[in-house]
Design a protein around this ligand. Sequence first.
Ligand code: ADP
Length: 569
Amino acid sequence: MTNETQAQPLTDGFHLVIDALKHNDIHTIFGLVGIPITDLARLAQAEGMRFIGFRHEQHAGNAAAISGYMTQKPGICLTVSAPGFLNGLTALANATTNCFPMILISGSSEREIVDLQQGDYEEMDQLNAAKPYAKASYRVNKAEDIGIGIARAIRAAVSGRPGGVYLDLPAQLLGQTLDAAHGKKSLVRVVDPVPRQIPAPDSVQRALDLLKSAKRPLILLGKGAAYAQADADIRAFVEQSGIPYLPMSMAKGLLPDTHPQSASAARSFVLAEADVVVLIGARLNWLLSHGKGKTWGGPKQFIQVDISPTEIDSNVAIAAPVIGDIGSCVSALLAGIKTGFAKPGAEWTDAIRERKDKNLAKMAVTLDQNPSPMNFHSALRAIRDVLKAHPDINLVNEGANTLDYARSIIDQYQPRKRFDSGTWGIMGIGMGYAIGAAVTSGLPVVAIEGDSAFGFSGMELETICRYHLPVTTIIFNNNGVYRGTDVNPTGGKDVAPTVFVKGARYDKMIEAFGGIGYNVTTPAELTKALTEAIAAGKPALINAVIDETAGTESGRLTNLNPQSAAAKK
Ligand code: ADP
């Protein structure tokens, strides 16, 4: 572009946003076009970036968030103003809650009209709306500040505890012009965006002293540990200490689930019996019963490794906090045990093994049954056996019973391969995470979805087909939320609140967009369909018909239903 009077080359806000992202090695944008960002998306593509267009912003945001989790680089989600921004905000909040780095970039309407509330097209004070749900929120008003604005957003998303960042770009900013040389100089490359944070030596020593005093130690790995990409040191720490470990759901595969020190099959036993628990990138939130109550049995002491100092003592007293990045903290702990550490006694490890063997034998009996129609267990057995041969496949999982059962039945073999409902226990992440994982890794994805959970993002099947992504979606179809058998007690014409259309054929949905659909009713058919779909490497959907009476209300969260919780009191 040139300014004719001065013949000076010019640039503008559109170009500067793209240049600033590329300058920081960000080459993919997930989003949905419209006023005022359509040209931004077009230009990004023209300038060699990948733009993945979605059908709803929430899923574009979820794709960006999971991409951030997989790479430690912020995933970018681009949306239009007000409604598009609000649709993306759910994903931004979910990313912040899960500690995933992402940047939601939304176009917005003119400040002077928004601030005087004069009723602009899609008017909204987006910056203030985003603030409570983001780790940081910024607005750029001048084209020459775009470079610094994007640098700030990147740093805020990935440094310290990662999270979601909102970046507000008013429409007038994108059209602002600037001398090209000045524009180029205004770009900022973020130096050391994820600085190491070394733990204080005395905090490491305190933790080691406590660990050495333990009779029944346990390591608990959370998705922060998986995110940190300190895989080799974490494995060495577990193996050289000889301490049994439990992976939280998204930390599965950090060590293969088949590892002899995994205590997953004796989870309740170890949580209740352990005397010292080392939390590595896991929070004592609802997923861990807040660190107290029956689940946690007798008295115990906690060592907590986390990057965020305010996480410590959030639910129970922490005897030995170790604050720093997980890579640095675990390597310091590892160095400490190398100088002398007695592995846990046989009394503890034998007791765990005994429990595991007993529970696994019991589970094997359940898994080996072949009821007709299929239930969750027989269907998951078929999937488990197929996935064993594909350890690098990305697995997405959501639902109530579908999530609970799949988490314990499907083994993971590699780190950062399992993406699920996470900290909120949210439904609706399915197709967004599947697309984000496929685009980011270039590897196949299998999404195991409850029929209800799938409904939140089902339209993104078109996106999957449009980009020819190797995503196989398996719908556990039991005709409803939790199950399909509830009846309307009044006998009225409306079905019960939890019931869907009976015998729905979700496989037909993907056929509408050129994907491959399968309808299966037995484990053998499921095995064949999944094997074929993975081999084809094309968009596919398997409608797996499950017994509609199978499944419990709220899966394993029955205690969170107000009525059952009240009945317990
Ligand atoms: P899970 O749900 O698997 O238990 P959480 O999301 O509750 O895991 O916990 C993740 C924790 O990991 C958060 O408290 C976060 O601050 C921490 N964390 C994330 N990344 C790092 C890192 N690189 N180093 C240290 N701690 C981290």
